[in-house]
Design a binder for this molecule. Sequence first.
Ligand code: NAP
Length: 248
Amino acid sequence: MQDPRTYLPAADALHERVILITGASDGIGRAVAIAAAAHGARVILHGRNVKRLEAVYDTIVGAGNARPSILPLDLEKAGPTEYEALFNVIEKEFGRLDGLLHNAGMLGERAPIEHYDVPKWLRVMHVNVNAPFLLTQRCLPLLRQASDASVIFTSSGVVSRPRAYWGAYLASKWASDGMMHMLADELESQKIRVNSINPGKVRTNMRLQAYPAEDRNTLLPPEAIVMPYLFALGPASTGISGQTFDCQ
Ligand code: NAP
């Protein structure tokens, strides 16, 4: 397998692929959405903050790429009705889904388990684990309509190096990676591949929240780590499933 970090996609590598990116309003999701659109994808921008989603929309259209769709949804509050509506909108507009990137995430607090705020724990687990489960389950019929579908979960360094005080975030990333392996195995005989991506240290708001005293100039911007995402979403990774790709 080629190293996803050094992947150089053709300009039309994602031509006409319909790709839903959660948390596309900011940080890594925003950068991947812009890069995917620049390589021909029809991106569906999910997030909470409509103003920020519209700004991403404007950037994509301003660069002369296909008009994205905007899908505002608070993953903390979404229930079966909202997921059903999301399914109906995508089915009506596109009839299929070629890519589903579970990127939206919540850090929660850095605290020992003994003192971790219980409602906050449940919120983090809901956004980082339950939401990708619910979204994947509802989107599977759409992914089955694609000829080369890709589902991507977002991993983290806390999976390879579990350590103190990461609370629900650490538990959620282990659960997310477990779900990736389980789904990859369940879909083995189908045309849907399932992988995880570990972005590494990236200059985003979440990173700032986790390491407020860190020198931000030492971190890569989100735009610098998008290639493994394009690799996992496009034809270069066809047939590769159950893997975690590192961006750094
Ligand atoms: P970020 O800049 O803070 O962006 C987070 C995104 O998630 C935003 O678009 C945000 O939407 C969305 N989001 C959060 N809660 C949401 C909710 N309840 N409903 C809907 N959308 C929600 O974070 P990031 O650093 O790019 O992180 C992206 C992913 O990479 C996360 O899964 C994170 O765990 C992972 N990661 C990041 C790093 C890093 O160094 N940055 C390292 C390892 C893993 P709104 O703007 O609309 O709120």
